[in-house]
Design a protein around this ligand. Structure first.
Ligand code: 1DF
Ligand code: MN
Length: 353
């Protein structure tokens, strides 16, 4: 998982490399997590994820914890070793979404202030996403406004479900209104699986980033689309990682079965929407290749979503490998499209100047 010392550095490129799903964790957040983990009846997904990383003596966990809490020298050295010009940084999952409402609201502000300070120290290297507490949609909308207008942040991070609830529920839609109004995308990042879903995944070790994350975050994106969020907020842009959580591969079936289900009035909860699911995925979503340094998947996604909709992410520090950057530099792809992938699509969606 480390950029190993016997690997080469990536060669200078005709584009900047902007990595767009990169994580940090303030030590104060880990203190809050420790208290949550010490309670009875801890959420099994949170226990399995942060309970693991915060206590495991494994090299992977130790490396990740050390990198997560740094926003200066370690991170910049690692970026330089991999040729990463800029990181778009977000509070690591589950962020504040595992906390109680009041703690989540106040801690999101503290985390955003810390990230904004780091961006002021390294303004050419870091771009920030605003952490919000969906537990209090009104406060979240206010924090989006503060993050954009006062902290100079460029996106909103939401780590999928919040205590098993999904943003398809209109009670959360003030968050979408604020993001649309302030012209910032929402990065819908994975969370550990909710208690109602985790058992058959966790009992065989498939609940995490290997598979469960993608299933649950893809489900969340589909719930948002089919609930009609983009008919209500047509300018809203969302970003999903891990090759669009596999949704590009599903487009045909999603469209066919969505139409068949709506026309047969099978579910009260699945009402008609203005466009096909694939239209919203092409017009209201960007995807990143976080965790998937794989040319065939990237090219397939470019071909079905458009070359302007697919962008680069590393997923530092969870997946930190210089060899992946070198492999992506070497993709057999038009130079103009490679620059879109690594640089200009990110500049556009995150409004990076
Ligand atoms: C893991 C992967 C953890 C990703 C993450 O945040 C994360 C992991 C806690 O491997 O446990 O963001 N990821 O996005 O793939
Ligand atoms: Mn991630």
């Amino acid at each position: 998982m480390n950029a190993s010392s016997d690997s080469q550095r990536p060669a200078p490129a005709a584009y900047q490399r902007i990595a767009t799903e990169e994580a940090f964790a303030p030590p104060e957040m880990l203190d809050i997590y420790r208290k949550i983990l010490a309670k009875k009846d801890v959420d099994p997904g949170f226990q399995g994820l942060m309970g693991f990383y915060m206590s495991s003596p494994s090299a992977r966990a130790q490396h990740i914890m050390r990198c997560l809490t740094d926003l200066d020298q370690i991170r910049l050295e690692h970026m330089d070793a991999c040729g990463i010009d800029k990181q778009v940084i977000a509070l690591t999952a589950p962020g504040v979404q595992i906390m109680d409402k009041d703690t989540a609201v106040s801690f999101s502000q503290l985390a955003n202030d810390q990230l904004a300070d780091a961006i002021r120290r390294h303004p050419t290297r870091f771009v920030g996403m605003i952490a919000v507490a969906p537990q209090d949609p009104t406060a979240a909308a206010k924090e989006i406004e503060r993050g954009v207008t006062r902290l100079g942040m460029n996106a909103v991070i939401i780590n999928s479900h919040t205590h098993g609830e999904y943003l398809s529920d209109p009670k959360f839609w003030d968050i979408f209104a604020a993001a649309e109004q302030h012209n910032v995308p929402i990065y819908l990042h994975p969370n550990s699986l909710p208690a109602g879903m985790i058992k058959p995944f966790q009992e065989c070790g498939l609940d995490g980033a290997i598979y469960g994350f993608g299933v649950e975050t893809g489900l969340h994106a589909m719930r948002i689309i089919t609930a009609g969020v983009f008919d209500r907020f047509p300018k809203l842009q969302m970003i999903i990682g891990h090759m669009g959580e596999a949704l590009p591969f599903w487009l045909y079936r999603l469209d066919y079965m969505h139409r068949a289900t709506v026309l047969s009035q099978r579910y009260e909860s699945m009402k008609p929407i203005k466009k096909k699911p694939s239209d919203y995925l092409r017009e209201n979503f960007y995807i990143t290749n976080s965790g998937v340094a794989w040319e065939p998947a990237i090219k397939f996604s470019q071909s079905v979503l458009g070359v302007d909709r697919v962008l680069y992410a590393m997923d530092y520090p969870y997946q930190y490998l210089v060899d992946e950057v070198i492999a992506l530099d070497g993709m057999d792809m038009a130079a103009s499209d490679k620059k879109r992938f690594f640089q200009t699509n990110a500049e556009k969606v995150f409004n990076i100047r």
